[in-house]
Design a protein around this ligand. Sequence first.
Ligand SMILES: [Zn+2]
Length: 113
Amino acid sequence: MGFDPPCVTRIIHAKPPASIAQYLQEIGRAGRRGQQSHAILYYNKRDLAANTPGIQQDIIKYCSDDTRCLREKLLEPFGFQKSDQIANDKCCSICKSKSAASHSLSAMENVEI
Ligand SMILES: [Zn+2]
């Protein structure tokens, strides 16, 4: 039995949690009724320093790689894969920006000169 309010749709961290497992557990408190929810993680380079008390390498690596899907990076250590049913603009900030860039490029390709 834990803290399980059904109306939580946004989880905001002011600094990284100690590990990926802790982060996944904490953001899992949002969207318990299936509603779209958001997890926002703020950090800076000092938060990710290897000598930060309690911080583990997996969360440092998660925050340091800004090229891969955030959802994939969260699920892979636990043997899960991202569902194909999730549209890029609803997945994460990385996928959303890649999707927007792709749409911009497509729009440019369709411009007649
Ligand atoms: Zn993503």
